[in-house]
Design a protein around this ligand. Structure first.
Ligand code: FAD
Length: 481
């Protein structure tokens, strides 16, 4: 029998593919026992689509990072509980460490796993790393979860800055891997989900490592933070951090982002832009709090009166929306950006979601699923919360009668059409004043530019005024049901 100080401890990595600010890894190393690093490839926790590809890239990046420390990542396949019990028995593991998750599937798996491990005499250490504030940490005076973000944010601010991020462990003493387990070693054992063929730009847009995440953060703090309040709404500018895919895969932690922003603030003396950025970062916590308390948020209208909504769900219109062929340039640019890169600017996400649910009267759940399949930052809590926000069906949501006009939004936030021209090349030659309304081109210019509305670029699939009136009428009737 191996003495308990030589028996290993196990760290499980799940959407926290990093060495810095990783409390589970940090605490495992602090035991002084050999460390076994593993990620279980459990189908129940492995989404498909672009996010599936991205998480596999992140696991690959962690493999490389651990190799640089001189050790391996185990990546066994199968259901988490039997796989972990097998590792624990085979390696005589004394303790298992993980960072907590808050989605319904992950929470259930971890609860069952903790019970089984405890029964086997193994000590479980579950730590807080994914959020700045865990779902239950910020509550109303009556002990209830908040329903309004501004109230949540005010209460969260009173708790002060979150704890400082942890450094990467200086060294890791890895447990040796016996021969029968070599087949489980990453990278060979890692599944390699492929990108959809039309996601042509995703690899170029999203280099995947902890260092890449840090570079994005540093560049943002250096070049953009000081104008964030205004630049964040401009899809034609590099006005946001681009951190969401890195936060999603845990290549960077929210505490690292928070404290780096605070340091930048101390250097510059800026207040308003940093506060705005930190509050946006906290919408992430607010979304996770909502999912934790309402695990069916991705499928259920949080405001039940919308269960009666007479969605039209026109299949052709939905396809045109998905493919970026609605005839509204900003909508089409956004949807094509999503297809090619796996992302879309936040302002444009709001415009396309409003257009789908209100002008096309399509159930928000269809849009939510499509985004989940194609976003590189697809996140069960943030995607569902934001779709319900845009559709007016959520708590603290945009009211139904707030219907974004895709032409007005385009003129305001992409005035010269630079963003539209990037993603809708058939509009490139149009003058700025027509880029938002190409159907208004006159015959002479149409001939001169060889731009034929309806041929070169689709006619608008709905009349905005008429569609808006129908949307408002549907909602009015709904309230009287
Ligand atoms: C319909 C719709 C669907 C969305 N789906 C997702 C999703 O699946 N995954 C996702 O990460 N974000 C989602 N968002 C939120 C937002 O669009 C992205 O977080 C943002 O575009 C990411 O870009 P950034 O990192 O440059 O943001 P920045 O402006 O630099 O913000 C920094 C961080 O704050 C957080 N954040 C910013 N805006 C929001 C927001 N509205 N809600 C919650 N957190 C926010 C993100 O973690 C982001 O990385 C969605 C928004 C809409 C309108």
């Amino acid at each position: 029998m191996t003495s308990s100080s030589q028996r290993p401890v196990l760290v499980l990595f799940r959407d926290d593919f990093r060495l810095t600010d990783n409390p589970a890894l940090h605490a495992a190393c602090a035991t002084g026992q050999p460390v076994l690093c593993a990620t279980v490839q459990d189908e129940a926790c492995m989404p498909g689509g672009v996010i599936g590809w991205w998480l596999a890239q992140a696991a690959q990046a962690l493999t490389t990072a651990l190799h640089n420390y001189g050790g391996p990542l185990l990546a066994p396949h199968g259901e988490t509980l039997p796989v972990v019990l097998d590792l624990v028995k085979s390696f005589q593991v004394t303790d298992v460490f993980w960072n907590r998750r808050y989605d319904p599937t992950g929470t259930k798996i971890d609860t069952d796993l903790k019970a089984a491990l405890t029964e086997h005499g193994v000590t479980v250490h579950s730590l807080s790393a994914r959020l700045l504030h865990e779902p239950w940490a910020v509550r109303t005076g009556a002990g209830q979860p908040y329903r309004i973000f501004t109230a949540w944010w005010r209460a969260a601010r009173e708790l002060g800055d979150p704890g400082r991020p942890l450094p990467a462990p200086p060294t890791i003493e890895f447990a040796p891997i016996p021969k029968p387990f070599k087949k489980n070693l990453a990278p060979a054992a890692l599944l390699q989900p492929t990108l959809p063929n039309d996601a042509t730009e995703a690899k170029k847009y999203w280099p995947c490592s902890e260092e890449d995440a840090r570079t994005s953060l540093d560049n943002f703090l250096e070049d953009t933070l000081e104008q964030y309040e205004t630049s964040r709404d401009r899809p034609d500018q590099e006005g946001t951090s681009g951190l969401s895919p890195y936060l999603r895969a845990g290549l960077i932690s929210p505490r690292q982002v928070w404290h780096a922003a605070r340091q930048a603030q101390a250097r510059s003396g800026d207040h308003a832009n940093t506060e705005k950025f930190l509050s946006e970062l906290c919408w992430r916590d607010f979304g996770w709090m909502q999912l934790f308390y309402q695990p069916d948020m991705p499928t259920r209208n949080l405001r039940s009166e919308f269960d009666q909504m007479p969605w039209q769900n026109d299949a052709e219109a939905f396809t045109a929306w998905k493919e970026g062929r609605t005839g509204y340039p900003l909508v089409d640019a956004g949807m094509r950006e999503l297809l090619a890169t796996g992302t879309m600017h936040n302002r444009v996400r709001m415009v396309v979601a409003s257009f789908l649910t209100k002008h096309l009267l399509t159930d928000w759940r269809k849009g939510e699923r499509w985004f989940y399949e194609r976003l590189v930052d697809a996140d069960p809590a943030l995607n569902a919360m934001n779709w319900q926000w845009c559709a007016g069906t959520g708590i603290d949501a945009s009211p139904w009668f707030r219907i974004f006009n895709p032409v007005g939004q385009s003129e305001k936030f992409d005035p010269s059409g630079a963003y539209i021209r990037t993603w809708v090349p058939e509009l490139t030659a149009l003058p700025d004043k027509l880029i938002h309304t190409p159907w208004k081109i006159d015959a002479a210019l149409s001939r001169h530019l060889r731009f034929v509305p309806g041929t070169t670029y689709p006619h608008p699939i709905v009349d905005l005024k008429q569609a808006r009136a129908i949307a408002l009428e549907s909602y009015k009737n709904l309230k009287t049901v």
